[in-house]
Design a protein around this ligand. Structure first.
Ligand SMILES: [Zn+2]
Length: 260
């Protein structure tokens, strides 16, 4: 049976990389349950704003659940100790098993944070952990049954997406691609009387963010001459989505990438 014997520092150094692999593996399916960074910023007006970044997030261990702390606990509880030499001996299987066990109550051990908020959190609590960052990209991908490139028509993409997402219907969502750093939508007044969804499509990396407008919550006057259509402008963002004219934050529901 393979085992490792060494000081705590040696455990960190030699088994640290292995623990990142395990954390990556455990974290990946959990991204479904925390889709974006929940940390808050204070804006210029002193108002709190949830970060909301979603594309790739760090699996950030909480301040008293760092990998160093978890490793130390495992060594204290399960390893053979040599007090004279301050070394520990444990089989690799047992070590891995216990390291996985430490993550059973996942969200009390790890929060997904964007890199900026991960750093801010670690600085605030003076967290000292293994140095390597564990990045978990957004997990959801869909594989279109057609060739996709930057010229693929958005309506074509919408047609592909709608049947995949349970709450979407042909008539309760619209899609837009990034144009001059904005997503522009022109829903009808009538459409916004029901819950409505905006598919913010990025034709460069083929990602889609879905935003929700709850029924009757967006008060914009119709602009078109027939008074039937509203124009919505959402500045391109990977985190906070708001409608320009009303300054209203739009609820981010989920995101995914289209991959051929
Ligand atoms: Zn963040």
């Amino acid at each position: 049976m393979a085992y490792f014997e060494g000081t705590k520092e040696e455990f960190y150094k030699f088994l640290g990389p292995r623990t990142s692999d395990i954390v990556t593996e455990i974290s990946r399916p959990k991204r479904k349950h925390q889709k974006s960074c929940k940390d808050e910023d204070i804006d210029d007006n002193g108002k709190k704003k949830v970060c909301g970044k979603w594309k790739s997030l760090d699996a950030a261990h909480l301040k008293d659940r760092t990998r160093k702390i978890l490793i130390t606990e495992i060594l204290e509880d399960f390893a053979e100790k040599n007090i004279k030499q301050s070394t520990y001996k444990i089989t690799l299987d047992k070590f891995e098993e216990e390291f996985r066990n430490k993550h059973k109550d996942f969200f009390n051990v790890i929060q997904f944070r964007c890199r900026k908020h991960h750093r801010a959190y670690d600085n605030k609590y003076k967290v000292e952990d293994l140095q390597d960052e564990i990045v978990i990209p957004t997990v959801e991908t869909y594989t279109p049954d057609f060739e996709i490139d930057s010229n693929t028509k958005s309506e074509f993409i919408k047609k592909f997406i709608v049947p995949k997402i349970s709450y979407l219907k042909n008539d309760n969502c619209r899609i837009a691609r990034v144009s001059k750093d904005n997503w522009n939508f022109n829903p009808t007044v009538k459409e916004l009387k029901k819950d409505f969804y905006l598919l913010c499509y990025n034709q460069v990396d083929f990602s889609v963010a879905i935003l929700k407008i709850e029924k009757n919550t967006l008060q914009i006057k119709a602009k078109t001459t027939d008074k039937k259509k509203i124009s919505l402008n959402i500045p391109y963002s990977e985190s906070d989505f708001f409608e320009k004219k009303t300054d209203k934050n739009l609820e981010f529901l989920e995101s995914f990438e289209l991959k051929s």
